[in-house]
Design a protein around this ligand. Structure first.
Ligand code: DHB
Ligand code: FE
Length: 285
C-alpha cells in the first residue's frame, strides 16, 4: 500500500527562485531566507519519498483567465518549467508518475471531486520554487512529482473546507494504491501578502503565527475559516494558504497530531512573509 509519511509547507515567492538561479543566496537580504531551509534540505535528503503530491497554484502562466480549473491534476510523465516573462527557470523538467496519477484521479473523482485532468501542463514558480528550496540544485529532481493545481487567483476560489475535504479524499486514494510507495504531500503559497492596491505589502505576523499553530494542532477547525478572513487579515494573496489545508488533511488521521520537524518564519522576502513547516505523520507500530 502507498502511504503519506510527511508533509511540507512553504511560501513560493518568485524572487526567491531568481535569487537562487542567480547565486544570490548569500547576499545579506537573502541569507536569512535560505538559512531557514538548511535543515529542510538535509531532512529531505534523509527522508526522500518516491513521489511528492505537490499542491500549488498556477499564476496564469499555464492557464490564463480564459480557463482556470478549480482543481487540476498533472497526468503527464513530464512537466516543463513555464516562461513567466523572462524565460523558463534553469531547472530540470519535473518527472510525473502516470500510473499513480491515474489511480489518484480515478479514486478522487469517485469520491466526488471532479478534477480537471491535464495531460499537458507547464509548471510555474508556485511549484518550482519550493522544489529548489527543498532539493537544492540538481541536474535531475530526485523524486517524481504529481502537480495538483488549485485555483486561488480568480474568484470564486474553493473554500478552506473544500480543500480540507479534498485532502481527506487524497489520503484515501493514496492508501488504496497497491504499490508500496512512500508519498509526501506539499502545500505551497502564502503566507500573508498582498501584491496590489492600497494595502500592497501587507504582512500580519500574528495572524500567520496563529495559522501555523492551528494548522499543526487543529486543521479541522482551521478549515471553516471564511475567505474574507484570509483576505482581510493576510492580504489578497494570503488566500493561497487554503492550499496548505489539502496537504494537512491528507497526512494523518483526523485528531492525530503530527510531529513538527521544522518551523520557520521570516519577513521580508519580496512582498511576502515566508512560512515553512515540515510535519511527519505519527509512526504506527
Ligand atoms: C510574490 C509572492 C507570490 O506568492 C507570488 O505568487 C508572486 C509574487 C511576491 O512576494 O513578490
Ligand atoms: Fe503566489
Amino acid at each position: 500500500m502507498a502511504k503519506i509519511t510527511a508533509s511540507v509547507y512553504t511560501s513560493h515567492i518568485p524572487a526567491v527562485g531568481v535569487a537562487w538561479d542567480l547565486n544570490k543566496t548569500a547576499e545579506p537580504y537573502w541569507q536569512p531566507v535560505f538559512a531557514g531551509y538548511e535543515y529542510s534540505k538535509q531532512w529531505q535528503q534523509d527522508n526522500q519519498p518516491d513521489v511528492v503530491i505537490l499542491v500549488y497554484n498556477d499564476h496564469t502562466n499555464n492557464f490564463d483567465f480564459s480557463l482556470i480549473p478549480t482543481f487540476a491534476l498533472g497526468m503527464n510523465h513530464e512537466f516543463q518549467p513555464s516562461d513567466e516573462g523572462w524565460g523558463p527557470r534553469p531547472v530540470p523538467p519535473v518527472e510525473g508518475d502516470q500510473a499513480f496519477a491515474s489511480h489518484l484521479a480515478h479514486s478522487v473523482i469517485e469520491q466526488g471531486f471532479d478534477l480537471t485532468l491535464c495531460y499537458e501542463m507547464q509548471v510555474d514558480h508556485g511549484l518550482t520554487v519550493p522544489m529548489s528550496l527543498m532539493f537544492g540544485k540538481c541536474d535531475k529532481w530526485p523524486v517524481k512529482v504529481i502537480p495538483l493545481h488549485v485555483n486561488v487567483v480568480q474568484y470564486p476560489v474553493p473554500s478552506g473546507q473544500r480543500c480540507y475535504d479534498l485532502g481527506r479524499a487524497i489520503k484515501k486514494a493514496v492508501e488504496s494504491y497497491d504499490e508500496n510507495l512512500n508519498v509526501h504531500i506539499w502545500g505551497t503559497g502564502g503566507m500573508s501578502h498582498q501584491l496590489q492596491g492600497p494595502r500592497a505589502g501587507l504582512i500580519n505576523k500574528e495572524w500567520d503565527a496563529q495559522f501555523l499553530d492551528e494548522l499543526i494542532a487543529d486543521p479541522k477547525n482551521l478549515a471553516i475559516k471564511p475567505h474574507i478572513e484570509y483576505v482581510r487579515e493576510a492580504g489578497s494573496e494570503g488566500i493561497e494558504l487554503v492550499m496548505w489545508l489539502v496537504a494537512r488533511a491528507a497526512m494523518c488521521e483526523e485528531g492525530e497530531v503530527p510531529e513538527v520537524k521544522h518551523r520557520f518564519y521570516h519577513v521580508p522576502a519580496s512582498n511576502t512573509a515566508v512560512g515553512h513547516l515540515i510535519l511527519e505523520a505519527p509512526k504506527k507500530p
